[in-house]
Design a protein around this ligand. Sequence first.
Ligand code: DGJ
Length: 734
Amino acid sequence: MKLNSTKVYETAYEIDVIIDINTRHSSLLLGVNTINGELLQLFFGEKCRSSSPKVPRGVVKPGSELYAAYSAFGGAETDVALRATHADGALSTELVYDSHLVEEEDSNRTLTTIKLVDKHYAFSVLLSYRAFFDENVIECWVSITHEENEPVILHQCPSVELTFVETSNDYFLTSLHGLWERENELQEERLYRGKKVLENRYGTWSSFGSNPSFMLSLGQPSTEDSGPVVAGALAWSGAWKMTFNHDAGRLFYDKADRRRLNVTIGASEFAAEYHLAPGEQFSTPAFIFTFSSNGRGTASRNLHRWSRKYCLREGGDARPVVLNSWEGAGFDFDESKLLLMMDQFASMGGEMFVLDDGWFGNKNYARNNPSAGLGDWNANRTKIPNGLSSLVNEAKTRGLRFGIWIEPEMVNPNSLLFEAHPEWAIQQPDRENVLYRDQLVLDLCNPKVEAFVYQSVAAILSDNSEIAYVKWDCNRSITNLGSTYLGFDRQTHVWYEYVKSLYRILDRLAVTFPNVMIQMCASGGGRIDFGALGRSHEFWASDNTDALQRIYIQWGTNYIYPAIATGAHVTHCPNKQTGRTTPLKFRFDVAMTGRLGLELDPSVLPERDNVYVKAAIEEYKRIRPVVAFGDLYRLVSPYGNDYCALMYVSDDKCRALVFAYNLGHRLQHEHEKLILAGLDAQQRYRISEINYRDDKRAIDFDGEIVAGSDLMSVGISVDVRNEFDSIVLELHSI
Ligand code: DGJ
């Protein structure tokens, strides 16, 4: 044992190296304490014009102590980020600063890489922070390597550790929760002392249960346009964990009240120890975060702007209006039915026909319900006698592009694939495998399975080279975790290797088929995360297509994820999921705030509805750039109100859209007041109501010109007095 004269309660600092990771409006300051070599988080928040006030010198006031930028299990008694067992069995790691490098990647992106090393072992941790200056976003991740003589076991190594030391202050957490058909419900809570853990162990469904994202208000609950907020999201499509530990921090011998909040976010460590070989590198998923000093609206817009520019595939291209066959046809279709749907959709101005589940598998394994066919990716010749390519051509002759549904990570035991390769399913020896939706998850950790999955999709896309869109579904979670391919000592790697393999497949497909759009779907909104979104164009927000419930689902989802990627479809009424009937206009007005699509059988719509649908699609195409690329302003929340409203404003503030919805009838309540936001106070805007039906208008000032400043102070009144009344206003600067 060695003795160190530093006492645990010593609070003196001598900071020499200061690392300033900054964006236009935020600063993350790290510093090295020369007394012990520790890398500290000095500050994260609103941009510091000068770092010096944030740099402690000498002995600090009780309660103002600082914490490690990435702590490791060793001497401290508090929670830590990293925990590893070294090759010789030692449980502790002591990280000290070694060096850092700042690279200007381009005029907007700066990558800072900081090397920490263990004081004793040949074990190093690289902390990477990429700052996106204009978007006020930081992306960070951690990479670990070592040169010890045997593998090191990584028990926990989150993507980020952030510590907030707001003496006597409070923290308020906003997070998104829900399972199938009730995704992304907002939950807001005060973080009392203790540990709040949000964790997901579905393995494939990264965003059921909770979404891997949050907003954290510091000191007071934030509003849309006030209060300091940190918003973050983990870019990972597997199991994850977010820990918010509100504690008193390290033990000090004084009476100061300490309310430290320590936040760690990363892949879940549950049954996930990673045996890291000498020379191998382990990299965590990336964590994306932003700081806003003026509320959640800015935090959302920062993430939206970042995701369109740096995350989503082709985030600068507007998405097509889709007709998806699922709710309109289900498994019950033949070629003539599909052609009729295409005919109608084309006449409505549609752009992309997507054939959902049910088109593959043959004979005993024909996919006529969920119990068979997954894994056998050949067109069902009974339903589609002329094959997929003929359907693609039929769509083309009608002026439509064609998309196809697949669920390539899965296998039904009732399939040729499973007959040939039962060992390819995730499983545990000598245990009965649990079926979910009659299917099993393929073991992507096995390179042969990875190659098969890639090939299955690649074959569909190369045999039918004009397929323009893939709906990539994933309808079960991982249970009976185990791989027949990985060795006995690597079984806990499945969580990690599965997602890495999935990402390799998607990345490879993106290179080979760069023009094919991908929609991420996982039993609805089960895979809405920035890892999946970085490899796709959009996500299916929920299987719940009830317009009223979609308001809440999309409201929560768009706290973090952008409208351009939010698949929102108009379906038949009564709604399949809830039985509720809402007006067609209401359904359109809700779906138009995302990527509009239809999911119905257009051939059975009455002529009157056909005319409206056609006009609404045309209107949507006109306003699409404002929804897709504009800034979102939430005006009135659906939570706690019986109407709600939101806006999109174009980047140049010349165009805007206002959407308002009645959520429940209130007697004698006629006009709702809306204070608009995000406009240019100096400009004047012409206001027109669009998307109305039967000449029924909700405003009596159609065509009027109003100053932006008045719209944002006095506001406007809209008449959405009856249940499911809705309104869309278009504003043009003149
Ligand atoms: C679940 C998806 O969320 C639905 O949209 C649909 O594609 C079905 N799977 C098909 O099985």
